[in-house]
Design a protein around this ligand. Structure first.
Ligand code: SF4
Length: 213
């Protein structure tokens, strides 16, 4: 089973239970469709970062109050701020399925979430190379809405990145991203090397790490 299939199975709530062949076939079919439909796009910029106290973080003109993010970014001097999307076609397809085939809509929803994570992991390789050229190491991505990082910061992030113009990524009044299969995130960059897992702290074995989110 490849990584994205494993992720989709997890999103579907199978946990440690074995997934049946029928569901696996549906997942395979969903990924084939999504691979054709997805218009993967990303925009990111690297900013200077200043930590003021334990919970005040300045990234470019962005000023964030979050203990969780502050802990994760401790020791970082720069941060990559990113917005990424799978495009509006996926939303249209999921909307259509929610009327015609609810069971498949659930599977496609899980696969689209896994596809977005997979896409971000591959984009992170490029950011990692850029950090490497500056002698910096990446921390795991941290998104608005995660822990005490206020979701309202998404609006400023989209503006900083000119995301509407560059990749067609916008936000509704209730801070929902449009297209829905999209994400914004901050990735800390530090001179201190941590054995960070690309999949994030949840997949990392360093349970006593002080930067764990
Ligand atoms: S727990 Fe692992 S992935 Fe998370 S910050 Fe620490 S080393 Fe990096």
């Amino acid at each position: 089973m490849d990584t994205r299939t494993k992720e989709a199975v997890r999103y579907l709530g199978y946990g440690r239970h074995a997934v049946d062949d029928y569901t696996l076939a549906l997942i395979g079919e969903a990924f084939e469709e999504l691979d054709l439909l997805a218009a993967r796009r990303i925009v990111y910029r690297i900013f200077d970062l200043t930590l003021k106290g334990q919970d005040c973080i300045e990234i470019g003109n962005l000023c964030i109050r979050s203990r969780g993010l502050g802990r994760n970014l401790n020791g970082c001097s720069k941060a990559a701020v990113l917005g990424a999307t799978l495009g509006i076609e996926i939303d249209m397809y999921m909307k259509k399925l929610s009327i015609t085939d609810m069971a498949k809509a659930v599977v496609v929803q899980a696969c689209a979430a896994a596809l977005l994570e997979d896409y971000l992991d591959s984009c992170q390789l490029e950011i990692e190379e850029e950090a490497d050229r500056q002698g910096l190491y990446l921390r795991p991505r941290f998104s608005p809405g995660y822990g005490d990082f206020p979701i309202q910061h998404q609006e400023e992030i989209l503006r900083m990145l000119d995301a509407a113009k560059k990749i067609g990524l916008t936000m509704t009044g209730s801070s929902m991203l449009t297209p829905t299969k999209s994400v914004t995130a901050v990735i800390g960059m530090s001179r201190r090397k941590e054995p960070c897992h690309r999949k994030g702290c949840e997949a990392c074995k360093m349970t006593d790490c002080p930067y764990r989110r």
